[in-house]
Ligand binder design. Structure first.
Ligand code: ATP
Ligand code: MG
Length: 250
């Protein structure tokens, strides 16, 4: 028997004024799996995951996360569910005026009232987990692009979420850093059983993390399957998207 999906979306639509961005999205993500969403710029990928975490309100359709209806929740109930969902923003969104430690502490203090020693321990353990414990007292400006992404990842896992949503986790990184971040994402699945959705147009990253790929165009998923299968489809937008890249199954 198939396990119940941790994230289940049916008939999701979202417009901004006259612009229909999402026209009917269906998606199931089984426990511990990573669904990758691909598609052209402006196709609605970020809108989709912002709607899933409840940062944007769905117009129609249902969004089930961990057995709760995100589309029906508001206020404190939504805030509570959101604590089980980590979100890695497209921009990373670290506070520049705070050190790495203060950036991580900001979330812990707001949501968990841990004794200071326990909070400090959790911060250090999380930084060790992303391989950057020595950056504790650095400001974001002193970090490389890859390090910033890893600190942003540390911040999104510090609350120990069950679900992670990644918006372009590796954009702008060199291949070595891409591998490092992508392997951290895989370890989060393997070691913590995290279920995730990742938006990426980075094929190296997708090769490493994707269990299933969904290609978004004109407000709908026009293809779903393994990265290898999708990359071979003879659809003009998909051919343009993948260019001449060859997919190497991992
Ligand atoms: N808050 C908003 N208000 C109005 N329009 C919006 C808003 N957010 C997104 N849009 C519009 O929705 C469409 C999809 O945007 P979205 O950010 O989801 O694209 P994307 O697929 O993530 O693109 P990219 O790959 O460039 O990040 C765009 O036309 C954008 O202008
Ligand atoms: Mg986007």
């Amino acid at each position: 028997m198939k396990p119940e999906p941790v994230i289940q979306i049916r008939g999701l639509t979202k417009s901004f004024g006259p612009i229909e961005v999402l026209k009917g999205i269906d998606l199931d993500v089984p426990p511990g799996k990573c669904a990758v969403v691909m598609g052209g710029s402006g196709s609605g990928k970020s809108v989709l995951i912002k709607t899933i975490v409840g940062l944007l309100k769905a117009d129609k359709g249902t969004i089930n996360v961990l057995g709760e209806r995100v589309d029906l929740l508001a206020g404190d109930e939504l805030d509570k569910l959101r604590l089980s969902m980590g979100f890695l923003f497209q921009s990373g969104a670290l506070f520049d005026s705070m050190t790495v430690s203060e950036n991580l502490m900001f979330f812990l203090e707001r949501h968990l009232h841990l004794p200071p020693a326990e909070a400090a321990d959790r911060i250090l353990q999380t930084l060790e987990w992303v391989g950057l414990p020595e950056k504790l007292h650095d400001y974001p400006a002193a970090l490389s692009g890859g390090q910033k992404k890893r600190i942003a990842l540390a911040r999104s896992i510090i609350m120990e979420p069950k679900i992670l949503l990644y918006d372009e986790p590796t954009t702008g990184l060199d291949p070595v850093s891409v591998r490092m971040v992508a392997h951290l994402i895989v370890r989060l699945q393997a070691e913590r059983g995290i279920t995730s959705i990742a938006i990426t147009h980075d094929l190296l990253c997708a090769e490493i993390i994707a269990d299933e790929v969904h290609f978004l165009q004109d407000g709908r998923f026009i293809a779903s399957g393994s990265l290898e299968d999708i990359s071979r489809l003879d659809h003009p937008s998909i051919v343009t998207f993948f260019g001449n890249e060859t997919i190497h199954p991992v």
